[in-house]
Design a binder for this molecule. Structure first.
Ligand code: CA2
Length: 149
């Protein structure tokens, strides 16, 4: 049985497609999940969203034990959570940090990502399509590391 890719989403992303479409677009998180599963094919996907920092960290711990790769949109915890940074540091596989918007074009409080310091790669500014790009890239990273199965 292949190990799953964990796709973790942080606070307020359950509102995707419902508020601020000029920044985050009109696609809902449920639609994003469908895309990710289609692209992942026979690779299992654990697609989750939480508004809780504790829950996000517990899912990273679960991924450390059971996952092959992590794609994470930590939302506001990107910039604030040393605890999330510490948890991600323990993950032995590839980590893709993902943001729907280009955080570097936004206000300065969105510029200093803690997660980028432990991420293998960062995707920002491609809209919800960034999730598709991330799942493809994760497949390639896992293939290259010989951990795809
Ligand atoms: O661009 C991204 O994906 C962000 O991670 C989104 C976060 C923000 O704190 C990051 O800096 C960049 C905010 C998530 C809020 O999600 C909403 C979704 C739809 C409507 C309103 C908020």
């Amino acid at each position: 049985m292949k190990k799953p890719i964990y796709i973790l989403n942080g606070p307020n992303l359950n509102r995707l497609g419902k508020r601020e479409p000029e920044i985050y677009g009109k696609t809902t998180l449920a639609e994003v999940e469908t895309w990710c599963r289609e692209i992942a094919g026979n690779v299992p996907v654990e697609f989750r969203q939480t508004n809780s920092e504790t829950q996000l960290i517990e899912w990273v711990h679960e991924a450390i034990d059971e996952g092959s790769g992590i794609i994470i949109n930590p939302a506001a915890y990107t910039f604030t959570s040393l605890a999330l940074y510490d948890a991600l540091k323990m993950f032995p596989g590839p980590i893709i940090e993902l943001h729907i918007s280009n955080i570097h074009r936004r206000e300065s409080l969105y510029h200093n990502s803690l997660v980028s310091k432990v991420a293998t790669a960062v995707i920002a500014g491609l809209g919800a399509n960034g999730y598709r790009v991330a799942v493809r890239a994760m497949g390639e990273l896992l293939e290259a590391s010989g951990k795809a199965s």
